[in-house]
Design a binder for this molecule. Structure first.
Ligand code: ADP
Length: 638
């Protein structure tokens, strides 16, 4: 207080009166406390704020107006200030929470000053209720959060960049795509940190042009962005100019969609389409689609190539296809099968010939399926057309050369049996010669001969000639090269007929051939010559193996029996068995352990048995040796 006398100075009474008026008129709460923290003044605005009457509070400690933790700490603050002069609030002011008489709290801004000239010091506090300001502030924050959550909900990346190219705002999707948090992104240089170097200048130029108004931002652009993990994302952008309240451009708001996956997908699709095209070209395979009751048709490129039609002429439906391209000889078959597929089976599977416009013929195999259409009645036909001309020709050639090979192998097996067969024919010839000589001697005998005496030698000669003839007949049957055919066969008879040929072979090698036939076996369907070829081969191998093992019992058994899968014929030897390394290669063509072997016998035997839907294998003979066997299914109904 100024102590100089001043004519304009107020009298103490007037000053006190004005102060009271001031306190009463003030909208802020005014509270004066002494150095001990006791309230000495509490104005009407404070009464309204806190719900106390001044009379109730004068002399009370000011802590009653504060919630914890300030309530407990306040005495300490005050003492500290009085001792050190270091203020925590005096002359600073801050927002605090105040407590009303009824215990409710309200946010308040508090300014505290020390009243100079009073000893011990006193303090005055101005309190202003900021509940409504706080509420408005909270509302604003909620608005901002709501806006942010809309941005975050967006499945596209939203970025605002300011005039300096810095990120001002980015939504969650944007953070996800780039791999950073929002805090890490806001304020970063968009161009420097996220645009690959080679696009950087061009991208900056776009912003500059938008800002100076020389060119608006592009309506659509695709650009690569650098993500945190080093990957590049292809983003499709749309941008609009951001303006301030005066309408001046201040930055860009951009929405971006990560189209990396979509592009990869498109590229993969293109690649697989082109792969499919070339695969179809390699395989001479086309595919088509048609609707049963008309509608869009589709032919792949190869369809045109196979039927010899111009791609520009477009596809034709199955009816027109029949008339134009199916060979006249196969047309009724083709149409019958289509009718059947449409009416009942839903499947078309036919090999037929095409007659192309240039007059050439192709063999094709077509597979198709009729599927229910989306609208219920227009069914969809999808199918493939496979040009199998070359394969057919190759297949036919293959079949012929297999047949020739089989024949050669048969001849070779018989070559191996030649010694025994020669002996077998030689024996009756010798016998015939002996009986003839005897008859001649009888005729030359002095005293003549009764005609009846010649009967016996002649009967013998006939029998021996028939025996030799039988061997030759069987041999001729095997030597002839003839087309394969299947007939109903009795396996036992087949084995018996073979005895004439294999027994002599065994005999010259000093091996006994025993035949054990089961009775009541069902008939099978097979080519007799091929089956004999297999048997001869197995017997030949068994004899060879027996000769290789000098101490082995010299016997080979041929046995027929009924097994679960049909009729089994086994050829059993008691020789040395088959070592593992040989077993692994037995059926490989040209594999042989014999100096004169061809290595074809087992390979061909197996393919013959397989062609008869049977199986050929081997197992050890109990007590030593090997049993080769084949099993053939019984004739249906047999
Ligand atoms: P090749 O008789 O001309 O050698 P195969 O294909 O008939 O041709 O036989 C291949 C090989 O299988 C024979 O060289 C032989 O090593 C072996 N093999 C075949 N049958 C028997 C058997 N019963 N015992 C032991 N080894 C056998």
């Amino acid at each position: 207080m100024d102590s100089n006398p001043d004519p304009a100075a107020l009298s103490p009474e007037r000053a006190a009166g004005e102060l009271r008026a001031l306190l009463e008129a003030a909208v802020d709460g005014v509270i004066v406390i002494d150095h001990d923290g006791r309230i000495t003044t509490f104005n009407p605005a404070a009464e309204r704020l806190f719900g106390y009457r001044a009379a109730d509070l004068i002399g009370e400690r000011v802590e009653v107006l504060m919630p914890e933790p300030d309530r407990s700490a306040h005495g300490g603050y005050l003492q500290n200030y009085l001792r050190t002069g270091r203020a925590r609030i005096i002359g600073i002011g801050r927002d605090v929470t105040a407590q009303r008489r009824d215990g409710t709290l309200f946010p308040a801004s508090l300014a505290v000053g020390e009243i100079r000239g009073s000893t011990p010091p006193r303090f005055v506090a101005f309190i202003h209720d900021i509940s409504s300001r706080q509420a408005a502030f909270d509302e604003l924050r909620r608005e901002r959060d709501r806006a942010q959550s809309y941005l975050d909900l967006a499945q596209v990346m939203l970025v605002a960049i300011d005039g300096g190219g810095r990120i001002a705002l980015i939504n969650r999707k944007g953070c996800e795509i780039l791999g950073y948090t929002e805090a890490e992104l806001v304020g970063r240089d968009w161009f420097l940190d996220f645009v690959p170097e080679r696009h950087r200048e061009a991208a900056r130029a776009v912003l500059a042009a938008a800002l100076d108004g020389s060119a608006g931002p592009p309506a659509y652009a695709e650009d690569t962005m650098l993500a945190r993990d080093g990957s590049r994302k292809l983003i499709a952008w749309r941008a609009t100019l951001l303006r301030d309240e005066r309408g001046l451009p201040v930055g860009l708001l951009m929405s971006g969609e990560d189209i990396s996956e979509q592009r990869r997908g498109e590229r993969a699709l293109k690649r697989s389409e082109s792969l499919l095209r070339s695969a179809q070209a390699f395989a001479h395979l086309g595919n088509f689609e048609a609707h049963v009751s008309g509608g869009p048709l589709h032919w792949s490129e190869q369809m045109y190539a196979i039927v010899g039609r111009d791609v520009g002429d477009g596809p034709v439906d199955p009816q027109e296809f029949a008339a134009r391209y199916v060979h006249p000889d196969d047309r009724s078959l083709y149409q019958r099968d289509w009718q059947r597929a449409l009416a009942s089976t839903g499947r078309f599977d036919l090999e037929y010939r095409l007659l192309r416009a240039d007059g050439s013929t192709r063999t094709v195999h077509s597979l198709a399926q009729i599927l229910p259409g989306a609208d219920g009645d227009s069914r969809v036909i999808t199918g493939t057309l496979h040009d199998v001309t070359e394969r057919r020709l190759a297949g036919e050639e293959l079949r012929q050369s297999q047949e020739r090979l089989t024949h050669v192998a048969r001849l070779s097996t018989m070559g191996e049996m030649a010694a025994g067969l020669a002996h077998e024919i030689n024996q009756p010839l010798t016998a015939i010669a002996t009986y003839s000589q005897a008859a001649v001697r009888m005729i030359d005998r002095s005293g003549g001969i009764e005609a009846c005496e010649l009967r016996d030698p002649l009967v013998q000669i006939t029998a021996q000639a028939l025996r030799a003839g039988e061997v030759i007949r069987r041999l001729r049957g095997l030597v002839r090269n003839r087309a394969t055919h299947a007939e109903s066969l009795d396996v036992n008879r087949l084995i018996e007929e073979l005895r004439v040929l294999s027994e002599p072979d065994a005999r010259v090698n000093d091996v006994r051939l025993t035949i054990e036939l089961a009775t009541g076996l069902p008939a099978i369907s097979a080519d007799p010559v091929q089956l004999q070829q297999v048997l001869l081969n197995l017997i030949r191998n068994a004899i060879d193996a027996t000769l290789e093992a000098p101490d082995a019992p010299r016997e080979v058994v041929v046995r027929s029996q009924l097994v679960a899968d049909g009729v089994e014929v086994g050829v059993i030897d008691h020789a040395g068995g088959i070592p593992d390394d040989v077993a692994a290669q037995l059926f490989n063509p040209f594999f042989t352990t014999k100096p004169e072997g061809t290595g074809l016998g087992l390979a061909i035997s197996r393919s013959i048995i397989r062609a008869h839907r049977g199986k050929l294998g081997h197992r050890p003979t109990p007590g030593g040796g090997t049993t080769f066997y084949f099993v053939l299914p019984p004739l249906p109904g047999a």
